[in-house]
Unconditional design. Sequence first.
Length: 223
Amino acid sequence: MGGLTRLSTCDWPGQLAATVFCQGCAWDCPYCHNPGLRPARASARGSVLVSWGSVLAFLSSRRGLLDAVVFSGGEPTLQPALLEAVEEVRRLGFRVGLHTAGMNPEPLRQLLLSIDWLGFDVKAPFADYARITGVQHSGERALASLRHLLASGVEYEVRTTWHPDLLSLEDLYRLKEELRSLGVAHYVIQQFRYQGVRPLLPAVSAFPPLFDCSGEFQRFEIR
C-alpha cells in the first residue's frame, strides 16, 4: 500500500469513505495524477508505504463513522492479497469499492463477487488504448474486464479522463458508441487535472466542447 486517505467524499460518490492506495501499475498513462504509485514498491521520491495492520487498526476505530472503504491505486487488481483484504474490510462492517482500469480481467471477475461498487476507467476507444497506456493489447484486457463488470450486476460508474492532446472529439464519439453498444448505463467524463501529474501535458481550461451524451445513457455526467 502506498497511502491512506482517512476521509474522502469523492472516491465513491455519495459515500463517506477511507481510500487505500495500492502500489504498482503496469500502464503509463500521461495524465496519471499518482505517478509515485506506478512502481511496485515505493521509492524515496514516491509514496510512503503503510502497513495493512495500521489500516485495519484505523478502520476498526471508524466503525459507525465511515460508510465504506475504496481500494484505489495504482492498479489494485495487481495485488494478489486484495481479495483477502476486501473480505477483512467487509467483516469490519464496511461496504467496499474498487477503482480499476481493467488490466487484470480474471482477478477482477473474482473480486466482483465481493465488492459493492466499482469505478472503471476507460482510456480510449478500445483499439486505441496503446497510445494512452503505452502497452500493446491493453484495450483487449480492458474490454474483457468491462464485460465482466457489466455481467456482474455490481453498481458502477464508467469514466474517461479527457485531454484534447490525447482524445479528439471524434475519439469521444467513437468511444461513446462502443460503450452504448456494450450496455453501459452510467458514464462520466472527467476533465484532466494538472495538479500532481508529470509535466507531459499542458493544463486544460475547458470541458470537451460540443460533447453531450445526455439522453444516451441512463446517467451521464461531466465532472
